[in-house]
Design a protein around this ligand. Sequence first.
Ligand code: PMP
Length: 436
Amino acid sequence: MSRNTEYLERGKRRIPGLTQLLSKRPDQFAPGVWPTYFSKAHGTEVWDLDGRKYTDMSISGIGANILGYCDPDVDAAVMQCVRDGNSSSLNAPEDVELAELLCDMHPWADKVRYTRSGGEAMTVAVRIVRAATGRDRIAFCGYHGWSDWYLAANLTSDESLTEHLLPGLSPLGVPKGLHGTALPFRYNKIEELKAIFDKYPGEVAAVVMEPLRNEMPEPGFLQEVKALAKAAGAVLVFDEVSAGFRLNTGGSHLLLGVEPDVAVFAKAMSNGYPMAAIIGRGEVMDAVERTFISSTYWTDRIGPVAALATIRKHQRDNVAAHLSMIGKAVQDVWTQAAAEAGLEIHVYGIHPMSHFGFDGGDAQAKMTFYVQEMLKHGILASNRFYANFAQQMTHVEQFAAATRSVFKDIARLAPQGPMGPHLTGGVSRPGFHRLN
Ligand code: PMP
């Protein structure tokens, strides 16, 4: 048995769901063949437990490793921090330096709080806006993590979170008393947000949304959201956990020209070291002092040290331009390889966070076959591509040659019948399902 398989079996016995993050489960890619565990990762290369080396053209640590693995500048800062002490009875001065940097980058913001992950930071943001307004209801759009406040949307109907990135998330364990507190509307559907405000006048604490995800806002959409929120006395919260630091240094809202009252960052801001920030206008953020928000490891030093080093490099080296260049090249590879092979696919998403899917029947099996065969070419690939700064055009060329070859195989095999028999470990199952 390979060491990868052995760890998979041991992990399944001891860890319900196998991993702490749905997007790193092997059933999301290609069950039975996806390597699942890594021994080391460097630049854009990852080694599995059996010593096989892969070029990572998949999710870059689900968008966290925006500079690539073991970035030398960030890691040097972190190593120094480890040598000097990561934690003590006193606080890290980098907390202050990072707060100042974030407020300088986002001049509308006055104050900052920290957590260490995105879902946690969104939960803190929701607590703050509820405390600031004295209201309970949240109008939201998109995905915001695993917390009760968010999954409460699915107490109303299993369908509420459909079209919000992860349909069908079960609210089991979420108190039924939260029913009706999380009210979904869809991106670019301003009338759905209007309907929420009409139904609950004076009761909505905040509008919580990503300023952009897979598509750009329609002209005026974000401005209308902001105007509606303001008129209703609700706080506007932009979740920049995924959108931030992709198209520009800082929040994507800086590009889109709409300033929120609160913005939340995580993931890409610290290149794989846990860090998250909630930034906001003083009058909203000061509510923190009237509620209770406090946790030991929200004070570790590696987080802000890594964030400072990541953000400074991001700015200095114009990382965003590189991410867009690489992401566009990957989208072109998918499109051209599909055209050459005569396959129908759809490609979407902003360049730094690109996606594609096969059209027509047996689409999930075709995708699983793609992942499985790309592994044979020494490449981690999937339906999603999150660009990082360590990826170069040479990696894209390796990826292009492999993708062309696998797409041709799919075009040859698919007309002969279902792809299932060509899969070593069954069809992937994106979304939330039991593992065993
Ligand atoms: N908000 C958005 C927009 C996200 O994309 C994610 C993660 N995919 C989260 C919140 C949750 O962040 P985390 O996984 O760090 O808890």
